[in-house]
Write a protein that binds this ligand. Structure first.
Ligand SMILES: C[S@@+](CC[C@H](N)C(=O)[O-])C[C@H]1O[C@@H](n2cnc3c(N)ncnc32)[C@H](O)[C@@H]1O
Length: 244
C-alpha cells in the first residue's frame, strides 16, 4: 500500500516537473539571467573548470538534465575534442539546447531525449569519463538511485560534477536569500515567463534539498573515492566534484 502510494506520488511529481519544464522552456534562459543577474553562466563555467582539474583529456561526457545546454556548451568550448551527450526528458528544453549548439557550430554534442530515472541499458556501464549536472539533481525524484546510476556509468577515475542551489551558512544571509527566493522569484516568473507556479516550485524545491555536507556524504556513500564542494555566494549555490 505504502509502496503504491509512493510510486504514484513519484510518477505524479515527475510528470508535473516534466510538464513544467516543457512549458517554461522558451523563457528558461531569460529567467536564469534575470534571477542571477547573469551570474549563473559564470558559476557553470566554474563548475566545469573545477571538474577539469580532476581529469586530463576526457573523451566522452554526459550532461544530465541538460536543459538548454549551458554546461554542455561550456564543456564543448573548453574541450573541443570531447564527445558530449546531452540528456533531458523535456523535448522543448532539449530543442533549445540543439539550436544553441548549432548556432555556435559545436559539432561534438549529441542529444538524447529520455528520463534518466528510467535508465536501463541505453549507456554502457563504466564507459563515461565525465558526468555533469546543473540544477538538475534537485529535480530528480529518486536522487540516491540517480547517483548510483551516475557512479555506474563512470569509468574508474571518472569525474562527476554537480552544480545546484545550496543552503547558506550565515543565518542572516540565509534569511535574505530565502526572502528573495520566495518573494521575488515567483514575481519574476509571473512577469517574464507568465508562470508564477513554476517559479514558486523553484524555491519550494529547496526545502527538501540536501545541505552541502549531506550531499557530499551521500555521494561518498554511493562509492566515490573522493568528493568535495565549493560554496558560491556564501553557499546559496554549491559545486560538488567527485572522483570514482
Ligand atoms: C533546472 S533545469 C537545468 C537545466 C540546465 N542543466 C542548467 O543548468 O541550466 C532542470 C532540467 O532537468 C530536466 N529533468 C528533470 N527531470 C529529469 C529526468 N528524470 N530525466 C532527464 N531530465 C530531467 C528538466 O527537463 C530540465 O531541463
Amino acid at each position: 500500500m505504502t509502496t503504491t502510494a509512493t510510486k504514484s506520488t513519484i510518477t505524479n511529481n515527475a510528470v508535473y516537473i516534466n510538464k513544467m519544464f516543457n512549458k517554461i522552456a522558451t523563457k528558461y534562459d531569460l529567467l536564469n539571467n534575470l534571477m542571477t543577474f547573469g551570474y549563473h553562466y559564470n558559476w557553470k563555467v566554474e563548475s566545469i573548470k573545477l571538474a577539469l582539474t580532476e581529469i586530463v583529456n576526457p573523451k566522452n561526457a554526459l550532461d544530465l538534465c541538460s536543459g538548454t545546454g549551458d554546461l554542455a556548451i561550456i564543456l564543448s568550448q573548453l574541450c573541443p575534442k570531447i564527445n558530449i551527450t546531452c540528456i533531458d526528458n523535456s523535448n522543448n528544453m532539449l530543442n533549445i539546447a540543439k539550436s544553441k549548439t548549432k548556432k555556435l557550430n559545436l559539432n561534438n554534442t549529441s542529444f538524447l531525449l529520455f528520463d534518466f530515472e528510467k535508465l536501463s541499458n541505453e549507456i554502457a556501464p563504466s564507459s563515461i569519463d565525465l558526468i555533469t549536472i546543473g540544477f538538475g539533481l534537485r529535480n530528480l525524484i529518486d536522487k540516491e538511485h540517480s547517483l548510483e546510476n551516475i557512479y555506474k556509468l563512470l569509468k574508474k577515475d571518472g569525474v562527476f560534477t554537480c552544480i545546484d542551489l545550496g543552503h547558506p551558512r550565515n543565518k542572516l544571509w540565509e534569511k535574505i536569500f530565502l526572502s528573495y527566493f520566495f518573494n521575488i522569484i515567483p514575481k519574476l516568473g509571473q512577469i517574464f515567463a507568465y508562470d508564477k507556479e513554476a517559479y514558486t516550485y523553484l524555491p519550494t524545491s529547496l526545502n527538501s534539498w540536501y545541505k552541502q555536507d549531506e550531499l557530499k556524504n551521500i555521494i561518498l556513500k554511493t562509492g566515490f573515492e573522493k568528493c568535495y564542494f565549493k560554496d558560491i555566494l556564501g553557499g546559496a549555490v554549491a559545486i560538488h566534484v567527485a572522483v570514482k
